[in-house]
Design a protein around this ligand. Sequence first.
Ligand SMILES: [Zn+2]
Length: 160
Amino acid sequence: MRSLDKTRNEECFLCLAAKASTDEEKRKRLVLWTTPLSVVVINKFPYSNGHILVSPIAHKAEMEELTADELLDLSRQTVDVIKLLKHAVSAQGFNIGINLGRCAGAGLPGHVHQHVVPRWAGDVNFMSVVGEVRVVPQAMEQLYDELIGEREKMVKNVKT
Ligand SMILES: [Zn+2]
């Protein structure tokens, strides 16, 4: 059955992440932060350690459905993610992009999300060290705590 409410989809992990309200739920869903228009989460199936998704809160499949404010906020949060990853995991470069539609490789074609994948010179990063092994849950939680801590420090620095 399909939800008629196009702004939310009960089976969509980004919608579930967007409405996580408690710290516990946010941690479970790897939600780093939200704004009134966007949600920022760690990708559970990362290409590299620190692979983050930035998404509009609204469940929209196409870029052209996003409002100007949603597009602007998506870009702003992407910039914040870049700053965070430079600080937290010393990222030296980034691959940033959006896959639209299944044929383009979108794993979740119903809800637009921007990938931010940190890169390092020679890519001597966590993932290449562990080879093909998928990041284990403990490592994911550790990364989550690290990023949350770094984000708090950065937000404080901006305020003072
Ligand atoms: Zn959704």
